[in-house]
Design a protein around this ligand. Structure first.
Ligand SMILES: N[C@@H](CCC(=O)N[C@@H](CS)C(=O)NCC(=O)O)C(=O)O
Length: 220
């Protein structure tokens, strides 16, 4: 059975899952959802994703929501193909992975996603100007967290150790939008190891394949 990713081609959370499908060389069908038409708030959609958000994944009769949970499901189910992305099966390796995933959710996404909403999406979605002071405050908080990333990445190649994992890839969708705020937050010479890490992530074929929009993949 081929997976069906039900998602918006341009949404950040949809791209997060698509990156992992590409890394794992897993073909998938793609069912596009037009957020501007409210297709994610119909009764049919809400029956699958009760929060009315993209993406969700269908694997036969198994439906899964939440981009990070979907990504982990794919990486676990296809552990033996493509890029490993999960550093091991022992308790310590899995705990390191969870630790790094938690860094991304709590020290990166929470500031980056809100800053991007305020500084980029708000105007597009509501017509109202974003609040520059809110953006500045969030970016200052994000920069303080990235100073810690710099320390971590000066000792190891990636956030969970010396091999790339799901946690690193999760940064790509929102991280790639930060320059739209006119800031070099991730590619900053004051944090050379973060810049090195970020440059490498952005160059990955998986990101190059989805950055301009998610499309179905029949085979690899
Ligand atoms: N925690 C969810 C967040 C999903 C989410 O926020 N999706 C956005 C697009 S990136 C969305 O559907 N926004 C429309 C809405 O919330 O009404 C995930 O990671 O899948």
């Amino acid at each position: 059975m081929v997976y069906t990713l039900v998602a918006s081609p341009i949404s950040t959370c949809s791209k997060r899952v698509a990156i992992v499908l590409h890394e794992k060389k897993v073909p998938f069908q793609f069912k596009p959802i037009d957020l501007s038409k409210g297709e994610h708030k119909t009764p049919e959609f809400l029956a699958k994703q009760p929060f009315g958000q993209v993406p969700y994944l269908e694997d036969d009769d198994f439906t899964l929501t939440e981009s990070r949970a979907i990504s982990r499901y794919i990486a676990t189910k296809h552990a033996d193909q493509g890029t490993p992305l999960i550093p091991g099966t022992d308790a310590k390796s899995l705990a390191r992975l969870d630790e790094a995933i938690s860094y991304e959710a709590n020290n990166f996404d929470t500031f980056a996603a809100r800053a991007i909403y305020e500084g980029v999406f708000k105007k597009m979605m509501t017509g109202a100007e974003g609040d520059k002071d809110i953006v500045k405050g969030l970016i200052n908080q994000l920069s303080a967290k990235l100073a810690v990333y710099e320390t971590i990445l000066s000792k190891q190649k990636y956030l969970a150790g010396d091999s790339i994992t799901l946690a690193d890839l999760y940064h790509l969708p929102y991280g790639s939008l930060l320059p739209y705020l006119g800031l070099d937050t991730l590619d900053n010479e004051s944090r050379p190891n973060v810049a090195r890490w970020w440059k490498e992530l952005q160059a990955r074929p998986s990101w190059q394949a989805v950055k301009d929009g998610v499309k179905a993949v029949e085979s690899y």
